[in-house]
Design a protein around this ligand. Structure first.
Ligand SMILES: Cc1cc2nc3c(=O)[nH]c(=O)nc-3n(C[C@H](O)[C@H](O)[C@H](O)COP(=O)(O)O)c2cc1C
Length: 189
C-alpha cells in the first residue's frame, strides 16, 4: 500500500482536503495533519464538528496532531518511504512558512523535509487576488522543487455541480501523484 502525507490548512476549501483524503484512502494509506485554523474553516464552511470529521475517516487514515513534531513523518528517513506531501488547501500563511524554511508545526516540517529529501511536494493554494509577496513565496517554493497548484477548476469538462468542480481540482492533484481515479472526465480532443 502506498503512503501519502496530507496536510489540510486554514485556507478556504476544506472540502478539497476532505475529498482528497476520501479518494486516496480508498486504496492507499494517508498520514493526515489538520491545522487548528483548518478546523475553524471546516466548521464555518461545512457546519460539522471536528469529532464528526474524524469519525468519517476510514482505517487507512492516521490523524497526527499538527503539534507532534516528533511524529514519524517529520523525519526524512520515514518521509522518503512515502509518495510525498500534499497540502490541500494551502493557506498563504503555510505557503510563506514553507517558502522561508520554517518548521514551526508538523505541516510546515513535512513540507520542509519533502523539499530537502527531493520528495514530491504539492501546495494547493487558495487566495484571491495575490500580493507580490504571495507570488514571490510561490516562486521560492517552485525553485526549491515544490509544485504550487492553484485551486482553480476548469470548465471545459462542463461541470454541473459544485461537486464536479471539486472533483476536477482534486483529480488534477491525483494526476500529478499518478494516482488512478475517476473524478473527472478527461479531455479527449
Ligand atoms: C473562514 C476563513 C477563510 C479563510 N480563507 C483563507 C484563504 O482562502 N486563504 C488563506 O491564505 N487564508 C485564509 N484564511 C486565513 C487562515 O486560516 C489563517 O491565515 C491561518 O493562520 C492559517 O494557518 P494554517 O496555515 O496553519 O492553517 C481563512 C480564515 C477563515 C477563518
Amino acid at each position: 500500500m502506498k503512503k501519502f502525507v496530507v496536510g489540510i490548512t486554514g485556507a478556504s476549501g476544506f472540502v478539497y482536503g476532505r475529498r482528497l483524503v476520501e479518494e486516496l484512502s480508498k486504496s492507499h494509506f494517508v498520514h493526515l495533519i489538520v491545522s487548528d485554523a483548518a478546523y475553524i474553516v471546516m466548521e464555518k464552511e461545512e457546519n460539522i464538528k471536528k469529532t464528526e470529521f474524524l469519525k468519517s475517516l476510514n482505517s487507512n487514515v492516521e490523524v497526527i496532531s499538527n503539534k507532534n513534531i516528533a511524529a514519524s513523518v517529520s523525519s526524512g528517513s520515514y518521509l522518503t518511504k512515502t509518495q510525498g506531501v500534499i497540502v490541500a488547501p494551502c493557506s498563504m500563511d503555510t505557503l510563506a512558512a514553507v517558502a522561508n524554511g520554517l518548521s514551526s508545526n508538523l505541516i510546515q516540517r513535512v513540507c520542509d523535509v519533502a523539499l530537502k529529501e527531493r520528495k514530491r511536494l504539492l501546495l494547493l493554494i487558495r487566495e484571491m487576488p495575490f500580493s507580490l509577496i504571495h507570488v514571490e513565496n510561490m516562486k521560492k517554493v517552485m525553485l526549491a522543487g515544490g509544485i504550487v497548484a492553484p485551486a482553480s477548476p476548469g470548465f471545459y469538462h462542463k461541470p454541473k455541480t459544485v461537486d464536479d468542480m471539486i472533483n476536477f481540482v482534486v483529480g488534477k492533484v491525483l494526476d500529478i501523484f499518478e494516482v488512478e481515479h475517476n473524478l473527472y472526465k478527461r479531455w479527449e480532443g
